[in-house]
Ligand binder design. Sequence first.
Ligand SMILES: [Zn+2]
Length: 390
Amino acid sequence: MQVNEQNLINDLSAMVRIPSVNTFGNADPKRPAEEEMALFFETRMKEIGLDVSSAHVADGRRNVWGRLKGTGDGPTIMLAGHLDTVGVPGYENPFEPTILDGCIHGRGSCDMKAGLAVYLEVARILVASDAPLNGDVIIAGVVDEEDAMIGSKDFGENGPHIDCAIVAEPSKLAISTAHRGQICLFIRTYGKSTHSSVPVNGINAIYHMSAVIDALQTYANTLSTRNPDPLCGRPTFSIGAIKGGEGASSVPDFCEIEVDRRTIPGETYDSVSSELTEVLEQLAASIPDFTYEISAPSLNCPSLKTDMSSPIVQAISTAVKRVTGQDAEYMTFPGSTDAPNFGCPTVICGAGDLAQCHSINEYVPISEIRSAALIYLETILLMQNQPTLK
Ligand SMILES: [Zn+2]
């Protein structure tokens, strides 16, 4: 299998030059964050000869994917990545790719345009090699991973059938089959506004929120005593923002906190929602005039737990060993990702170090993206029960 390093460098550099910063809820329909990236990925896939499709997700934001048809009965394996990046405040020349000490630098180089460049090279090699594949291979770019993950959610719900997937989030080529989920939402208390000279005539929403915060702190403490998941550890809860009130001279009728709940396998949005409702209902039963609201989730990313015995985990473990000469390393991925949204056994394994992602000096080692290409190729061939091309 010949990986053309120049192809990887060219494609990754071209993608770093395309700003695709997630707008985090402030979308400009005239200039959707990822559209230029979607067009680039789409064009390359067509040049390679894949059967290309796309799906409108929101505000002109599209998921794009290309299919290489297999001959028949094998599993459909997908290589998926996100088209967006985080922001660039403080980053000097974020969209100017530079090669330094064997690494490509620039926003998105590591998280995760490197993965997308690798997928294109994998597809090129498979097409050129004429390897008889039993199952289809799909490579996909989805929108909005850095915010609400609407791209992968839509793909999982409405996209083509897939049997298993690899997500090239940066893991230094370690294999991750698990991560905690993340639920973010708002909790609001409502009161009655009045002049602060006669507070007795009002209902102070901030006082009520103060009771909520105390109760939630107790709730957070109880989470730290629950049985841990072997890979994901324990669930956590944190309050990240608070707002309410207009100023000292009026009793506030509104207060809001934004909370973050990390879930472990077995926990769902419904289970978390009913726990929070129970905490608030207890307050409602004991505090006069207590009125509250729990918002719909602003983020609801499930936890990931892919069975270690599933064929994709077995295949990529073998592939890592063959390509690197070392036993595969395993890690629990620290953050939440698109992976659980695809609704099939999915592993995370990609070039680059998570430590550089989201930083103002993002980079990825070229040697690792080269290895990643070989690992994905090997994995695909193992999944097809084909002899390797080595
Ligand atoms: Zn990422």
